[in-house]
Design a protein around this ligand. Structure first.
Ligand code: IP8
Length: 251
């Protein structure tokens, strides 16, 4: 049961970290290798990894006009988006395994769904059971069946929120290409405990921007119930060692 598993660390590797964002379906080999080495060296008892879409997910989603809100019923298109993400996931899982990490894939298309109000349902049994057996589940942004829409995108960030709440995460880490949440002078804000700490720099959240935007991200992270760290690749090892990295968001 999930009660028997220790509270996991949930780590998101941003799509812009592990892929070359400007070239379609291209890994950022060096950045991926560095992230994999940091995970392999870390002594984390229980870890879930989620990765974003980068140049695998986003250009395919755009090509088919699919976002978190706008769906398609074109099964080939849906599969094309999923297949690109699956191939990126293969690369991440494969490299983690090569580095000695007991990584296993969890493909959201086959696990979750959205209802007619776009609410995400994402059963955690497979992920929790993997954690209980000492594996490192590796999830990814994906497409999901969505009542009334065909299929829509689920972002890695949404999955992080679901996993952090549902598995009572100990800590959450969002590793992206920026070193933290910036203030108006482009200095990293060390700690955010209320949206007002960052409002001057972030402006108001655009409610339609469900997969991106730092303001939306900060709002969501304040509600998590676990401290969330927003940091760049250079701080991944520090985060995994239990240190404060980048901006710490505690709601
Ligand atoms: O990069 C998006 O995941 P994200 C995944 O975490 C797709 O927003 C399929 C575009």
């Amino acid at each position: 049961s999930p009660d028997a598993t220790p509270s996991p660390v949930v780590l998101k590797l941003g799509g812009s970290v592990v892929t070359e964002k400007e070239s379609p379906e291209t890994l950022d080999e060096d950045a991926l290798d560095a992230a994999v080495a940091a995970v392999a060296d870390a002594e984390v008892e229980s870890l879930v990894v989620v990765h974003g879409g980068g140049s695998f997910g986003h250009h395919n989603a755009e090509k088919h006009g699919v976002s978190s809100a706008a769906g398609t019923r074109d099964a080939r298109g849906i599969y094309e988006i999923h297949d690109a993400m699956r191939r990126l996931n293969d690369a991440v899982v494969g490299r983690l395994q090569d580095a000695g990490v007991p990584a296993l894939p969890v493909h959201p298309l086959s696990v979750g769904a959205r209802d007619g109000d776009a609410a995400l349902s994402f059963p955690l049994d497979s992920t929790a059971a993997m954690l209980g057996e000492g594996f490192v589940p590796v999830l990814h942004g994906d497409v999901l069946a969505h009542a009334g829409e065909g299929a829509t995108v689920v972002s890695g960030d949404e999955l992080v929120t679901r996993l952090a709440r549902g598995l009572s995460a100990d800590r959450v880490g969002l590793c992206s290409t920026v070193p933290g949440v910036y203030d108006e002078n482009e200095e990293v804000i060390p700690e955010i405990t209320a949206f007002s700490d960052a409002a001057d720099a972030l402006g108001e959240s655009d409610a339609t921007d469900v997969t991106g935007g730092m303001a939306a991200k900060v709002h969501a992270l304040l509600e998590l119930g676990a401290p969330a760290h927003v940091f760049g690749p250079d701080s991944l090892s520090a985060f995994l060692a239990g240190e404060d990295a980048g901006t710490v968001i505690r709601g």
